[in-house]
Design a protein around this ligand. Sequence first.
Ligand SMILES: Cc1cc2nc3c(=O)[nH]c(=O)nc-3n(C[C@H](O)[C@H](O)[C@H](O)COP(=O)(O)O)c2cc1C
Length: 342
Amino acid sequence: MPLRTTFIGLSLSHPLLVASGPASHDVNQIALAEEQGAGAVVLKTACSDKYEHMRYWPRPRYKLLDWDKQIGGRSRLFTLYSYEQGYSGTLADYWAFIEACKETARIPIIASIFADAAEDWADLAVRAEDSGADAIELDISSPHRPGTLDFEHTFIAAIWAVRKAVKFPVVVKLAAGPDVLQQAMSAQECGADALTLCNRIRGFDVDIESQRPILHGNFAGVGGPWAKYYTFRHVAEAAQHVQIPISATGGVMTGEDVIKYILLGATTVQILSVILVNGWESISKINQEVEAYCKRKQIHSLQDLRGEALKHMTSPDNIIRWSGESKMGPRNRRKTPPGISS
Ligand SMILES: Cc1cc2nc3c(=O)[nH]c(=O)nc-3n(C[C@H](O)[C@H](O)[C@H](O)COP(=O)(O)O)c2cc1C
């Protein structure tokens, strides 16, 4: 079975995980994910009691932007705009949810938490471990995270505190942006067992008829098939600098996207929007596409694929640059950087 993958010590039938969100908010969804061949599920993020208001969502909370711009159904262009914060139950509900998932599921269950004070992060993580979760993902990167919580002061302390408090694997989910690489290396230093790259970004949209912001009237998470390109870059960069495994997430619609993430160094790949837009069958369809690729390329283990494209990346100093005016004749290889006359 070429798709079997080991991730943070868990043996997964497939490298495809259901990402934290509305498709992992209910115990019945875990069975659907498992039936379709998900390797594991990351549960919807539970917030500490201090952020109780994040358990109540505005309605509607989603909008598919650009959906009307499909060209004869052929374009896969869309942006999922959403404002959905934490798991909608109490913390007691969440621990019972983990227990219920573990009673029925055969695939690993990764809990997900959000807090601010380091002791709250540690407390939630311990409770998740006691409830039977196989690992914990620290959602330090939500596009809706409140206030001024920052990586240096809040999240470094949180990762340390969680790492010290629990025995099960700790995964840190980072936001896309200029600091990802530095944060990835810091998370590894703090003892993270893996990274999830990258959460959705915070965006905004307005309606020109009403001249008001859409939906709830404030910023929202944005993502879509286009989002994979910035995450491809972040995964490629991180994979070359950290030793811990990477779970990639962002913009996956097809098996081809999954293969690209693995070629760039990911061990597992998390999906959500494609399930919301195209249904649970997306999981088995994507798995089949990855399997067909492996068969065609005679790949017996995804390990043989992991990071393969990185070996062929050109360093900025070695990019072959050309100069010369002739439209027809051979061009000359440029020997000096642009802007410096030779
Ligand atoms: C509606 C919605 C809710 C989400 N909720 C969470 C969440 O609670 N915790 C979290 O870590 N990520 C959350 N995410 C981010 C997803 O887990 C995932 O990383 C992201 O959507 C990128 O994957 P995709 O492009 O396949 O959707 C949410 C995403 C969406 C669209």
